[in-house]
Design a protein around this ligand. Structure first.
Ligand code: HPA
Length: 282
């Protein structure tokens, strides 16, 4: 099992390479996934080639407002990077293997490192909207796992270890990049819920009791698929709102998008400094 997936990934990668004008030995070092409202980073790349997901064979398209749905290829400080501007979510009705197809493509293109980003609700009381949180670990509460089913032996093992899912070296680079760029970076545990409804206040109290600092509806399936494939992974949440029951305001996707817009400049600054450091990995 797995050959069919590998064939599909190779078909997708062939189209990407052709559109990017890459030679046989060209490959990106770093992959990036940009969450809700955080897509502007891709437009700062040099030598940008942007391919709509719809032009890539086997790619799931995204229906979420605030997600462009493009694979952007370019360079940052002369490092080649591949960026998914937008992602497919489980709550859109996609099968899990469709949700993780984009990051599996990044792995197949040759990325050794992938940085994931998302918008999330703040569960820890001190996390106000606008906080950037380096993810130290996660709680998978989606009730699903992208590795369910026959194992793709060609990609990775049946039972991958997630002890250090969030790469300690990449996290060190993130802390140093944050210090260098004078951006405040918190750290905490991300709880992944299925969505698309936001949580209830009781669920948020439960999550806090379980050790969650932030809550969202993405990222965890991608982290699992990337760790399965042996790719080194790190992730940042942009806290866009206080989680349910923690303020009097009504939760809305507009609030999520507005806050993401407000932190855009510092988010981009941090990401640029971080990706540059990761690209310098010996
Ligand atoms: N809950 C779940 N997902 C989210 C939230 C939230 O409060 N904010 C942004 N994504």
């Amino acid at each position: 099992m797995g050959d069919d997936l590998i064939t599909r990934l190779d078909e997708t990668c062939a189209v990407v390479r052709e559109k990017a004008g890459w030679g046989a030995d060209d490959k990106p070092t770093d992959g990036v996934v940009l969450g809700s409202g955080l897509g502007a980073f891709a437009d700062t790349l040099d030598d940008l080639t942007a391919i709509p997901f719809g032009d890539l064979p086997h790619f799931a398209t995204t229906t979420v407002h605030g997600h462009s749905g493009r694979l952007c290829l370019g360079t940052l400080a002369s490092h080649r990077v591949a960026v998914l501007q937008g992602r497919a979510h489980v709550y859109e009705g996609h099968e899990l293997d469709r949700v993780v197809y984009g990051v599996r493509t990044l792995a197949r293109l040759g990325c050794s490192f992938v940085v994931l980003t998302n918008a999330a609700g703040g569960v820890r009381h001190t996390f106000n909207p606008g906080t950037l949180m380096l993810i130290s670990d996660h709680l998978n509460l989606m009730g699903q796992n992208p590795l369910v089913g026959p194992n793709h032996e060609a990609l990775g093992p049946r039972f991958p270890d997630l002890t250090r899912a969030y790469d300690p070296w990449m996290n060190t680079q993130a802390r140093e990049a944050a210090a260098d760029s004078a951006v405040r970076l918190e750290e905490g545990v991300y709880a992944a819920m299925l969505g698309p409804s936001y949580e209830t206040p009781a669920e948020i109290r439960m999550l806090r009791g379980m050790g969650a600092d932030a809550v969202g509806m993405s990222t965890v399936p991608e982290v699992i698929a990337l760790r399965h494939a042996g790719v080194r992974v790190a992730a940042i949440s942009c806290i866009t709102n206080l989680a349910a029951g923690m303020s009097t305001s009504v939760l809305s996707h507009d609030e999520v998008a507005d806050t993401a817009k407000q932190v855009e400049a510092s988010f981009i600054k941090l990401l640029q400094a971080w990706i540059e450091r990761i690209g310098n990995h010996p």
